[in-house]
Write a protein that binds this ligand. Structure first.
Ligand code: HEC
Length: 222
C-alpha cells in the first residue's frame, strides 16, 4: 500500500514538473521523496533461545498482562469486576500488547523448537505433544500457515492496543478472548494437534458463555 502511495506522489510530482517546466527549469532534477518502504535489515537476526523458551520466557508472561486485565470474581457479596483503572494499569496492558505484537515476529527467525535433548512430551503411545523434529517437519511443509498464525496473533495485539488507546474495557475483554484463541490456533496446528477434536468440542460447549452483567458490581477500592 505504501509503495502505491509513493507511486502516486511521484506521478503528482512529475505532473507538477511538467507544468512548471513550461515556465522554468527548476524541476530538471526531481528530488525523490524519502523512502517509506522499510530499509533492508541492518544485520542478520540470530536467535538466543528455542521457540519453547521464547514462549515460556517472553510471549506467555507478557500475554498475561492482557489475559489478566479484565475478569470477574463472583463472591458471596456479589460480582467484583477487575479491570484497568489507573494509568499504570493501562500501561501494563500496553506493554503486553506491544511486546506481543513485535515479539511474535521473532518466530520468523529460524530457531530450534526446543533446547537440545528436549523431546517434549512426545514419547510413547498417544503422546500429547509433537517432538521438535515433528514440529519442524510441519513448518517446513507449510511455512505459509505458520506465518498466518503469527499474523493472526499480531492482529489481536493491534486490537488490544486500540482498546488501550480508547480505554475501552469491553474491547479489551474481547481482545483477551481473541488472544487466547490465536495462541491456541497455532498450538493446535503445530504443538498438540492430537487435541484438536477435544478442543473444538469444548469450544462449542463454551459458546454459550456470556460475561456476567455488572449490575450491581462491587468495585474493588484502589
Ligand atoms: C505461530 C505459532 C505460535 C503462536 C502464535 C503461539 N505459540 Fe506458543 N508455542 C508454539 C509452539 C510450536 C510451541 C511448542 C514448542 C516446543 O515445545 O517444542 C509453543 C509452546 C508454548 C508454551 C509451552 C512452553 C513450555 O515451557 O513448555 C507456552 C506456555 C506457549 N506456547 C504460550 C503461548 C501463548 C500464551 C501464545 C499467545 C499469546 C502463544 N504461545 C502463541 C507456537 C506458537
Amino acid at each position: 500500500m505504501s509503495s502505491n502511495r509513493i507511486g502516486g506522489r511521484l506521478i503528482a510530482f512529475a505532473g507538477l514538473c511538467f507544468l512548471g517546466s513550461l515556465a522554468s527549469s527548476q524541476c530538471s532534477k526531481p528530488v525523490p521523496p524519502p523512502p517509506q518502504v522499510a530499509a533492508p535489515l541492518l544485520g542478520d537476526m540470530t536467535p538466543v533461545v528455542s521457540v519453547k523458551e521464547l514462549m515460556a520466557d517472553m510471549i506467555d508472561p507478557l500475554a498475561d498482562h492482557i489475559f489478566d486485565a479484565v475478569w470477574w470474581d463472583v463472591t458471596a457479596n456479589g460480582t467484583v469486576e477487575h479491570r484497568p483503572r489507573t494509568d499504570e494499569d493501562w500501561e501494563k496492558v500496553r506493554i503486553g500488547a506491544v511486546t506481543i505484537a513485535e515479539g511474535i515476529y521473532l518466530l520468523k527467525v529460524p530457531r530450534p523448537f526446543a533446547p537440545p535433548g528436549d523431546l517434549n512430551n512426545s514419547v510413547g503411545p498417544n503422546a500429547p505433544e509433537l517432538s521438535p523434529t515433528q514440529i519442524k517437519a510441519k513448518l517446513d511443509h507449510d511455512p505459509v500457515l505458520w506465518n498466518a498464525k503469527i499474523e493472526a496473533l499480531r492482529n489481536v495485539a493491534l486490537a488490544t492496543l486500540d482498546a488501550v488507546k480508547r480505554k475501552n474495557v469491553d474491547a479489551l475483554f474481547q481482545a483477551g478472548a481473541d488472544l487466547d484463541r490465536a495462541c491456541e490456533e497455532c498450538h493446535l496446528e503445530f504443538w498438540y494437534p492430537g487435541n484438536k477434536a477435544v478442543v473444538l468440542r469444548q469450544r462449542k460447549a463454551r459458546a454459550t458463555f456470556e460475561k456476567p452483567q455488572s449490575t450491581p458490581s462491587t468495585l474493588p477500592k484502589k
